[in-house]
Design a protein. Structure first.
Length: 97
């Protein structure tokens, strides 16, 4: 089984992929650069602003925390079901006109 990438390594990787320096990232999420650097070094990560970090990196909080995108299969199935129900309702409305 694949071992999950530690969040501190993921933070650094994602930040670099976004083309940001640690100083830029810290400024964008309103924390001191020293605090952000501690998070990337695996220290002092008690309550980081996950939502702000996720927004800056344009990823979900789930992807940030566990390193994987959320499963979308259930959402797709639900949308397909809704679309089917809409088609049925449209057909019923058309038959009444």
């Amino acid at each position: 089984m694949k071992q999950l990438e530690p969040i501190y390594e993921r933070l650094e990787r994602l930040r670099k992929q976004a083309g940001l320096s640690a100083a830029e990232m810290a400024r964008l999420i309103d924390v001191p650069e020293s605090t952000y650097r501690e998070w990337e070094n695996g220290r002092g990560m008690k309550l980081p602003p996950f939502q702000k970090i996720s927004e800056v990196l344009s990823i979900s909080v789930t992807e940030l925390i566990i390193g994987q995108t959320p499963e979308l299969d259930s959402v797709v199935r639900e949308l397909e079901s809704i679309e089917k129900n809409i088609r049925v309702l449209k057909a019923k409305l058309s038959s009444r006109i």
